[in-house]
Design a protein. Structure first.
Lengths: 108, 108
């Protein structure tokens, strides 16, 4: 029996922290749902990941920054990007007015 | 240099056929964008795939049917489902009024 999930399902009142939920785990990759609500990376913090990440913004709005690039990137619904492993990046800003929902595929 | 794509980017006037675009190909899986516009599977046709598929509907509306289930499934934005390899299924209907956009992850 196949059952249907909903990525935009009720997320609850307010998010003190970013919500990260694994949707699918398979050999070599995993799919995650990430929900932010005004969250950003701590000052001077950079993600430096062991795996590649393909990520698409599905709802809301965010600004990403890459250490090796001078300009920030504004992400709106439908925008996707591949972040190579160890490509240092941070989330500068997510919309405080609504939830920002990402779908991320982490792979080796 | 990372560059940003847009899954909801301009698709063009009318689609005679379903549009299938590979967004990412990696060992063990690939990510596809599929755009339907009123398309459905031919009568009596069943998909019978060699790979598992995780698929999410991001825009539009569709009805899926599985051979091993009596009821059809209506998919609306955010709905996702995992289709095991060789689980025979078909697309009964997609919305003729707007594009239906899917993101599919095929994996072994």
């Amino acid at each position: 029996m196949s059952s249907v999930g909903n990525l935009f399902a009720d997320i609850g009142e307010s998010l003190r922290n970013e919500l990260v939920e694994t949707i699918l785990q398979a050999p070599g990759f995993r799919i995650e749902k990430i929900v932010s609500h005004g969250h950003s990376s701590p000052e001077d913090f950079w993600y430096d990941q062991e795996e590649h990440e393909w990520v698409i913004l599905l709802k809301g709005r965010a600004v990403l920054r890459f250490e090796d690039q001078s300009e920030s990137m504004t992400m709106t619904p439908g925008n996707y990007i591949t972040i190579a492993k160890h490509q240092r990046h941070r989330v500068e800003w997510t919309d405080p007015e609504e939830e920002t929902i990402w779908l991320a595929v982490h792979y080796t």
